[in-house]
Write a protein that binds this ligand. Structure first.
Ligand SMILES: Nc1ncnc2c1ncn2[C@@H]1O[C@H](COP(=O)(O)OP(=O)(O)OP(=O)(O)O)[C@@H](O)[C@H]1O
Length: 556
């Protein structure tokens, strides 16, 4: 439970804030003067401070400085009556998180404190990498597969460099964790770490959230506001879902990255930005650039150093490590003694394709642990949606050689229980399955998760019918790649390669044998290298000697 320190010498205001926060299940401590507040901060652990700018014994700005000596990252929210708002604005420039005007609006108070608690979580929980799940913290990055080793290496190389980093990967692959690791291992770790989700804020508000605004800049701008770029001086700003930023804001962001300066909305003063930007997206920026939706110059600027997180389905045995990691933490969280995940349950988890990636896995394990009675997590305790896909995977394996059959509708996917019997609630709708699981955990990505899952299922179905012929599958689907929401579906169809193949002769055509494919590949490589075997071998990733041998054996 997060602990909030509320400091005010007006008993009525103090009580109002205390009650409003207690109703939100925060643990609230109170103080009525600066001395008492600082004493509590030295002795007790506090996550957020909400304090009046004018305290009887000390000015708010001096208190802020003393707070910084005790706890350099403590999010501080000031409360002020109208006349003192210039002090509150100066406080924000000195690193206070926000300020609230009296009389206090409880909804606004809760929302500001909620954000402050989130910032505390982002900055204070150390992100360890590549740890053993037995000693892992819930903030650790678990994973040993080669792609994750590359991620750790990249973090190691770039964390200490003051450069912009772009983190890419499907939803739920750990982009925020990596951003926090980059911050924590950087020289800017003494400075603030602020996060803005560009997809969650309407465009007009996002501009002032990032750059601030002057009083009267637009209807409703009844007071001056300091934006994140100004507030985050000396720190790191995490811009999540950067692919959702509007073109106007993209230009403004580009200017900050290039010239390190900006103006508040409606203001003339040029402000220097001393901020490191870490951006993240699950979207296909290359496609967006070619569709004119994302500025190419901003893309190149951001992509200077990028870290790509693999989807969970490509992490091999990391799935087992992650399952153990989440089992251990969920058991502790729900005070259960679940020591083991049964073999059958593990197999179901391995068969599922995890479109929602690690977040989805984490949610599934937490749900299962909640239901588990006894020491072992059995398949019956797993949420139904994992069987939907598990069944599908089993069918795919089984019907590899079967003749084509009629497509099942998505609604008709049958859920099975551990013993293979149809589960009570079959047939299960994939939409309901995902919605149920994600809504319980307050997902804010439901649309992407559901559409992504449906897309993948549809692409798999069509590929099955076309015997794996991607060109034909794309034709039957009538797909414009820009419309695909899930990276997984895009990869299944490999549309980039398909586009390329439309111009060239396709390398793989239905019905070819392996020897024919190899011959074709060598042919094309030799053609492209002007007949040079060494260059062609390099292009194919084989040794020159192997190339010479295969040319001879295949009679090329
Ligand atoms: N390798 C990992 N080891 C352990 N936990 C992880 C790992 N990767 C992600 N997680 C956990 O999975 C959840 C989702 O991760 P995170 O929010 O960082 O993903 P994201 O890529 O930023 O998602 P989105 O694109 O939807 O914002 C978090 O609870 C995070 O702690």
């Amino acid at each position: 439970m997060s602990r909030i320190l509320v400091v005010d010498d007006e008993p009525a205001d103090l009580n109002l804030v205390r009650r409003a926060l207690e109703k939100q299940d925060y643990d609230v401590a109170t103080a009525d003067c600066a001395r008492d507040a600082l004493r509590k901060l030295r002795r007790e652990s506090v996550d957020v401070a909400v304090l009046d700018v004018m305290l009887p014994d000390e000015d708010g700005l001096d208190v802020l400085q003393k707070i910084r000596e005790i706890d350099e990252h403590l999010p501080v929210v000031f409360v002020t009556s109208g006349g003192e708002s210039s002090t509150a604005i100066r406080a924000m420039k000195l690193g206070a998180l926000d300020y609230l005007l009296k009389p206090i609006n409880v909804t606004e108070l809760r929302s500001v404190v909620g954000r402050a608690v989130e910032i505390r979580r982002l900055t204070e929980s150390p992100v360890e990498m590549n740890v053993d799940w037995r000693s892992s913290d819930i903030h650790s990055i678990i994973g040993r597969c080669p792609a994750m080793q590359e991620v750790y290496k990249s973090i190691g190389i770039v964390a200490g460099q003051d450069v912009t980093v772009l983190i890419r990967g499907e939803s739920g692959t750990g982009k925020e964790l990596v951003a926090r690791a980059l911050y924590q291992y950087s020289e800017r770790v003494q400075g603030p770490f602020l996060a803005v989700n560009c997809a969650a804020i309407p465009e007009a508000l996002l501009e002032s959230e990032l750059f601030g605004h002057e009083k009267g800049a637009f209807t409703g701008a009844d007071r001056k506001r300091i934006g994140k770029f100004e507030q985050c001086r000396g720190g790191t700003l995490f811009l999540d879902e950067i692919g959702d930023m509007s073109p106007v804001l993209q230009s403004k962001l580009l200017r900050v990255l290039q010239e390190k300066q900006f103006e508040r909305v409606g203001g003339n003063e040029t402000i220097q930005a001393d901020v490191r930007v870490i951006a993240a997206t699950h979207r296909n920026l290359e496609q967006m650039v070619s569709d004119g939706e994302f500025r190419a110059d901003l893309y190149y600027r951001l992509n200077g150093f990028s870290i790509r997180l693999p989807p969970l389905r490509d992490r091999g045995n990391d799935l087992d490590l992650l399952v153990e990691h989440f089992r251990r933490h969920a058991s502790r969280e729900f005070d259960k003694d679940v020591h083991v995940v049964s073999r059958d349950a593990m197999q179901v988890l391995r068969d599922y394709s995890w479109p929602g990636n690690i977040r989805e896995l984490q949610n599934a394990i937490r749900q299962a642990i909640l239901k588990t009675s006894g020491p072992a997590l059995l398949p019956d305790f797993l949420p139904s949606f994992v069987f939907t896909r598990a069944k599908h995977a089993a069918e795919e394996q089984q019907t590899d050689t079967d003749p084509p059959h009629e497509v099942d509708s998505i609604d008709a996917r049958v859920t099975t229980s551990a013993n293979g019997e149809p589960a009570e609630n079959a047939p299960v709708n994939i939409v309901t399955g995902i919605a149920d699981s994600q809504l319980d955990f307050d997902s804010t990505h439901l649309y992407d998760d559901v559409i992504g899952a449906v897309e993948q299922q549809l692409v798999r179905e069509v590929l099955k019918r076309t015997g794996g012929d991607k060109v034909e599958a794309a034709r039957r689907l009538g797909i414009n790649p820009a419309l695909l929401r899930s990276q997984a579906a895009l990869e299944l169809l490999d549309l980039a390669a398909l586009q390329h193949q439309e111009d060239d002769k396709p390398l793989i055509r239905p019905g070819m044998t392996l020897a024919e494919i190899e011959t074709e590949a060598i042919h094309q490589a030799l053609q492209q290298s002007g007949g040079c075997r060494k260059a062609a071998a390099k292009q194919l990733g084989i040794s020159t000697r192997t190339m010479q041998r295969r040319v001879k054996e295949l009679g090329i």
